[in-house]
Design a protein around this ligand. Sequence first.
Ligand code: SAM
Length: 172
Amino acid sequence: MVRRAEELEKRDPLGCAYRRSDVADFRAPEPVDVIVAVYSLGYSRTAEQLCRFCQACYDALRPGGRFVGLNDNVRNPPPGTGSLEKYGLLRTCAQPPSEGDVIQWTITNPDGRRFDLQNFYLTRETYENAFRATGFSEFRWVDLQLQPSERGNPFWDDFLAQAPIVGFAATR
Ligand SMILES: C[S@@+](CC[C@H](N)C(=O)[O-])C[C@H]1O[C@@H](n2cnc3c(N)ncnc32)[C@H](O)[C@@H]1O
């Protein structure tokens, strides 16, 4: 991913620099305004790993800075398989899931290519506690919304009814 991002930066410069590091070890050279973590927190298998992740992000932000992203929707543990398949998604895990259980994703691209990835289940309370314990002054889950051109399209009803992902926003 970093190599691909660097290729794109060369072709269409945005002024981005890319570094490879465990998030928990990342230290920003100076306080930053915003941290975006898309499909990243779910790689924490334990509450302790999640806290280290949140702490590194908290430490890197300026006071009032925001930590936002998308994550596996731990408010809505996977009910099984099936109705997300029309979106190219298969999301399975133990029923009911326990802390640290694998969440297995199989994702099918529109061109038919498939890839798998594994995240880990932690309860919503573990997430909320991690943000609180780290010192964030505000934490909230952010429900998905359709872009205006798709609103009212019944194709998305099943997706929204059991949204497999959720946004979050925290403020230092
Ligand atoms: C599902 S990808 C999402 C990447 C990107 N945010 C995006 O939306 O395309 C998650 C990436 O995070 C990496 N990752 C997992 N745990 C990490 C950690 N502790 N520190 C840094 N990267 C991690 C994985 O190797 C994987 O490349």
